[in-house]
Design a protein around this ligand. Structure first.
Ligand SMILES: [Zn+2]
Ligand SMILES: [Zn+2]
Length: 122
């Protein structure tokens, strides 16, 4: 199946702070919400031209919560965060690539891994 055509089929909390999205290609996506916030694709968080991440681990509250998930058309989700940030439109294609399950991320993004590790230390 082409990655352009994938859609979320189910969304649920897998664990405290871990959001799960099941995809139409039968993949069970795993999204620690802090890592989702850190990967926010909006212009304030990610440089549109270079793709450089502008939001840093320290900028995001350790216990950030996902307050709302709003579908945008048939291509994206808008995530509303407890820190008041709500400008990130996460396209399905991008979200699918952001999956943090072991299959998708055998080598985790160092920044994300660091934030997850610091979370565990608490
Ligand atoms: Zn953002
Ligand atoms: Zn995955």
């Amino acid at each position: 199946m082409s990655t352009d055509a994938i859609q979320p089929t189910d969304m649920k909390w897998l664990d405290k702070g871990v959001f799960g999205i099941d995809w139409s290609d039968d993949h069970h996506g795993v999204y620690p919400i802090r890592s989702l916030r850190l990967q926010c694709p909006c212009a304030a968080c990610t440089d549109e031209w270079t793709g450089e991440r502008k939001v840093k681990s320290d900028d995001v509250p350790m216990f950030i919560m996902l307050k709302d998930v709003e579908p945008v058309g048939h291509y994206a989700l808008r995530l509303v965060w407890s820190d008041g940030h709500d400008t990130g439109l996460y396209s399905f294609t991008r979200l699918r690539q952001m999956c943090q399950c072991r299959i998708c991320q055998p080598d985790q993004d160092p920044e994300v891994e660091k934030s997850l590790r610091s979370r565990r230390l608490l």
